[in-house]
Each structure stands twice: as structure tokens, then as C-alpha cells.
Ligand binder design. Structure first.
Ligand SMILES: [Zn+2]
Length: 170
């Protein structure tokens, strides 16, 4: 007995009468576009090592020491129809590595920053990335596992909704 073509996962004339519906290969782009609403967040992680000292700090951090930093960069926006992406991970990586890594990775941070706390660093990083990353939404810098600073931009990131969340939580 012959099995129907559709059961073999082959697109048939019948399935094409409803364009955008699954044709046996899985959900179509149009089908997914219809169920998707709002913006999506894309996040990429980066690691770098750097030395710093915190002038005026009352404790061991006043002396030169190092960290293996982790930086997460989040871009928020709509999925572009042509690419199916908010932003290509390769583009994100290129911008981060070009705009901030030369000054951060295996560097002495005090060479260009007076007081390189994670707070000041993340604000500086925002300024270096914002022009080349439209939709930049959130930066989180870990000085060590479990200890991080998050920055959502000078306007409290209207685009990512952090300000609204802050108001809700009082
Ligand atoms: Zn430190």
C-alpha cells in the first residue's frame, strides 16, 4: 500500500493552499511571525582579564589586583524579516571586540580611568558601544562570579523597560 505523500513530509498542493502553515517540515517563518509580538532581547557574554586598583578604598582593593571579568551585552529590538534575527551574534561580537577590548583586556584599567569600579566601568563601556549597537538595552559586568553591576543607560533604558520595572517595585 502506498502512503500519502504528505505523510512522508513532502509539501503537497493541499498544504500550499494555506501558505504560512506547517507543510510537514515544521513551522514556517510566516507562522512564527504571526505568533511573535513585541521585541526580543539578544544577549552575548564576553570574558576579559584586567588589573586595577581602587584609590581611596579602605581595604585590600586599594592595591593592584586583577579580575577575570564577565560582561553581558543585551540588545533589544524586533526580528528583521529578512534575516530572522534582532542582531547577528557576529556583529555584536565584532563591535564589542573592536570598541572596548583593546582598552580592557590584559590592561591596567587605572591607565585610562581614575577609579575603575565595576560601576564606572559599565558606564564607560555603554558610552563606547551605544553608537554602534542600536537597541543596546542592558550591560551587566561581573567582577567575579556572583558579583555584578547592571546598567541600562542614562535614560534608565526606556527601550528595555528597566525604569518601568523599577517604578513598579517601588
Ligand atoms: Zn577589584
Amino acid at each position: 500500500m502506498r502512503r500519502p505523500i504528505a505523510a512522508l513530509g513532502v509539501a503537497t498542493a493541499d498544504s500550499r493552499q494555506n501558505p504560512g502553515e506547517s507543510d510537514g517540515y515544521g513551522p514556517s517563518t510566516r507562522e512564527l511571525d504571526r505568533t511573535m509580538s513585541g521585541d526580543l532581547e539578544v544577549t552575548q557574554e564576553f570574558m576579559f582579564s584586567a588589573a586595577h586598583r581602587l584609590p581611596g578604598y579602605d581595604g585590600p582593593c586599594e592595591d593592584v589586583h586583577g579580575h577575570n571579568y564577565k560582561l553581558t551585552v543585551t540588545v533589544k529590538g524586533p526580528v528583521h524579516n529578512r534575516s530572522g534575527m534582532v542582531i547577528d551574534f557576529r556583529t555584536l561580537e565584532e563591535v564589542v571586540k573592536k570598541n572596548i577590548f583593546p582598552q580592557l583586556d590584559h590592561r591596567m584599567l587605572n591607565d585610562f580611568m581614575e577609579n575603575p569600579t565595576a560601576e564606572y566601568m559599565v558606564v564607560w563601556i555603554w558610552g563606547k558601544l551605544k553608537d554602534d549597537l542600536p537597541g543596546l538595552c542592558r550591560l551587566t559586568l561581573y567582577e567575579q562570579p556572583g558579583s555584578s553591576v547592571t546598567y541600562c543607560g542614562p535614560e534608565g533604558a526606556g527601550s528595555c523597560g528597566c525604569r518601568a520595572e523599577g517604578r513598579r517595585s517601588g
